[in-house]
Design a protein around this ligand. Structure first.
Ligand SMILES: Nc1ncnc2c1ncn2[C@@H]1O[C@H](COP(=O)(O)OP(=O)(O)OP(=O)(O)O)[C@@H](O)[C@H]1O
Length: 375
């Protein structure tokens, strides 16, 4: 586990950062929050590019900052691999030379994937002879990821690595990021304000607001909470870890989750492919009796676990336990009263097959790759 605790002020009366959180040894920890909440400042302080007033930063067992004891390891000795919005490749060097620059920076005794392995992981073998100016934005970012990884850092720090790309390029790079996350074997601290990137990549979420940590924990656990700023978003809803059960003849796909089965119009991959699906609360309706004669493909039986009114609105979140999972429905308070909803009653959850977000990427494994049993 890596630990980060930082306090900083940008001049008298300026922005104040006061944040502490843990980063597990593996996987992506996303720093998420509105513009100006301090995400980039945290990353800069971890990388050693900013000297905070007070703080303690430990990465993979190495203390790189401890202001109480006067420890400040300079950025070049912190072994942080940093990837920014813009790839920042050396323009006069080929892709291969850019990558080998990363490799030369790796400490002799540091273990990590080799040149060929990284090139294959990021699908950049056909680009090696080119200069950065001859690459698309997405290809440049893939090379930047490779260069950072080849330096065999203790941690990868990514500051909105997809923010400068258009939607098509983002969709192209996202699966490679997911691949890198699974293969890198090191923590990744990932700054973003795009929820779809969190859904696709993050294991843990650190939710920030005005320089402070509002909540931290596994992404799915935070998505299910109705007391966080996330719940105010239009796309608020639970995340379900699913596995493709089978493709149906009518072009639909069934997904299994711990609690039941969903029919969707998604085509994430062959049976066994794992993916994380966002079920938006606004797309979910509830019924107190099993509905008949409706077009909705997903009708799941559950038990009403709780009702959370949305402050300042005529709406409420209804939490429904479906097997071991919980699904959120956003309904009017009028519906709560009309149906006599109360915790403990049986409830049917209705989700149309067409409502699932098609931008979602497999949470593990690449769409189209064979399933990895036991993964
Ligand atoms: N060098 C600086 N001097 C003064 N204020 C600064 C400085 N750098 C950042 N800030 C302020 O600190 C706050 C946090 O900035 P930061 O860039 O960390 O936010 P962010 O969450 O990464 O935002 P975004 O999502 O827009 O990139 C902002 O209010 C910003 O104006």
């Amino acid at each position: 586990m890596s630990g980060i605790a930082l306090r900083h002020e940008f001049g008298p009366g300026g922005f104040v950062l006061d944040a502490a959180f843990d980063v597990p040894e593996r996987g992506v920890t996303a720093l998420f929050g509105p513009s100006g909440c301090g995400k980039s400042t945290i990353l800069a302080a971890v990388a050693g590019l900013l000297r905070p007033r007070a703080g303690h930063v430990e990465i993979g067992g190495a203390v790189v900052l401890d202001t109480a004891r006067g420890v400040f390891v300079p950025p070049e000795r912190r072994r942080c691999g940093v990837v920014f919005q813009d790839a920042r490749l050396f323009p006069h060097l080929s892709v291969e030379s850019n990558l080998r620059y990363g490799l030369r920076r790796a400490p002799r005794d540091a273990a990590g994937p080799g040149f060929e392995e990284v090139v294959a992981l990021l699908g950049i073998g056909h680009l090696l002879a080119r200069r950065p100016s001859g690459l698309s934005g997405g290809e440049r970012q893939r090379v930047a990821l490779g260069r950072a990884l080849l330096a065999r850092p203790r941690i990868l720090l990514m500051d909105e690595p997809l923010a400068a790309l258009d939607a098509a390029r983002r969709a192209e790079v996202l699966p490679f990021l997911a691949r890198l996350r699974d293969a890198a074997g090191m923590p990744i601290l990932y700054v973003t304000h795009a929820l779809d990137e969190v859904d696709a990549l993050a294991d843990r979420l650190v939710l920030l607001e005005a320089g402070r940590v509002v909540a931290e924990g596994p992404v799915a656990a935070l998505a299910a909470r109705t007391d966080l700023p996330l719940a105010a978003r239009r796309d608020a809803g639970v995340l379900l870890d699913c596995r493709v059960a089978h493709a149906m003849e009518d072009g639909l796909t069934t997904l299994d989750f711990t609690g039941g089965r969903l029919v969707t119009t998604l085509h994430p991959g062959p049976p066994g492919t794992r993916l994380r699906v966002r079920v938006r609360a606004r797309d979910v309706a509830v019924a107190i009796a099993e509905p008949q004669g409706i077009s909705t493909r997903n009708v799941l039986r559950g038990v009403l676990a709780g009702i959370d009114p949305v402050p300042g609105s005529p709406e409420a979140f209804v939490r429904v336990a479906v097997g071991a999972s919980e699904i959120l429905a956003r309904v009017t308070r009028d519906a709560v009263a009309r149906l006599g909803l109360a915790p403990g009653i049986a409830l049917w959850v209705l989700v149309k097959a067409v409502t699932f977000d098609h931008r979602l990427v497999g949470a593990a494994g690449m769409p189209g790759e064979p399933p990895q049993d036991g993964a």
